[in-house]
Ligand binder design. Structure first.
Ligand SMILES: [Zn+2]
Length: 267
């Protein structure tokens, strides 16, 4: 065998071995990826925006989670781990949706139910029209709230970018949406997601004071450089229509989070 071919085969073997090890060992226990979706649309309608994942793609991803031993958690189960009441067992994952829209009910939920995967959807209550943003049917949503696999959280009153609003408005956006949703569902709303992921130093404190146990941003880019995430600045990974199963795995692997934590350590 020619020496260059031998070297190439050795390199290939090392890369394959490293890939297999990463696939089995990542994410490390305690690193829980939080997946962020918006719309799940029919194949022919997908790809118009970066927020639209096709039913086929979503189905493959949920299949992937179930086939490769991931443990999809409800948001309440995630909270129990986050506050230290339950230890992580490894390979946990949380599936979240923003904006509350009809595609969640029509396309995402049937797939989630088939694979027995819990999810949480962060809702915007349009108080002036007394309805949910995204045209979700109120009766459907109310009945879904009684299902153990479905949870709802708050996403402000007008989907306002909170960093662009004054403090009084920020308070209203956070508190009023929570109150409207609690009044509608007749149960506490304990989880929150920042519209567009945006927050500053003050906003997470207001979210916590309003009675939310957890709050989610969109990506690491919203967490100030060198800062750890807290229970009210939890990062998520956005799943886009361009994701293949390989990039889906990369987002699940926790490597993005590890890279950030390494940066914090090295500061
Ligand atoms: Zn949103």
């Amino acid at each position: 065998m020619k020496p260059w071919l031998k070297k190439a085969l050795v390199c290939l073997g090392v890369v394959l071995l490293a890939g297999c090890l990463a696939f089995v060992l990542l994410p490390p226990k305690g690193t829980i990826p939080i997946l962020n979706y918006h719309f799940v649309v029919l194949e022919e309608r997908s790809g118009h925006t970066s927020l639209e994942v096709s039913t086929k793609q979503f189905e493959k991803q949920m299949w992937f989670l179930r086939t490769f031993g991931y443990r999809p958690l409800s948001i309440d189960e995630f909270y129990e781990i986050k506050r230290g009441a339950q230890p992580p067992r490894g390979r946990e994952v949380v599936v979240t949706f923003d904006d509350g829209n009809q595609t969640y009910v029509e396309h995402a939920l049937p797939i989630l139910k088939r694979f027995e995967i819990p999810s949480v959807n962060f809702l915007v209550w349009e108080s002036s029209e007394h309805r949910l943003h995204g045209g979700m049917n109120l009766n459907t949503v109310r009945s879904l709230a009684g299902e153990p696999m479905v949870s709802f959280g708050s996403h402000t009153l007008n989907h306002a970018t909170l960093t662009e609003a004054d403090l009084a408005r920020v308070r209203d956006e956070i508190i009023q949406n929570k109150e409207y949703l609690e009044d509608f569902f007749r149960r506490p709303i304990r989880y929150f997601a920042y519209p567009s992921g945006a927050f500053d130093e003050e906003i997470p404190r207001l979210v916590e004071e309003a009675g939310h146990d957890l709050a989610f941003t969109t990506s690491w880019k919203h967490v100030p450089e060198g800062q750890r995430q807290t229970s009210v600045t939890i990062t998520r990974v956005k799943i886009s229509p361009r994701d293949t199963l390989v990039t889906f795995w990369f987002k699940l692997s926790g490597l993005i989070q590890l890279r950030h934590e390494l940066k914090v350590l090295l500061r």
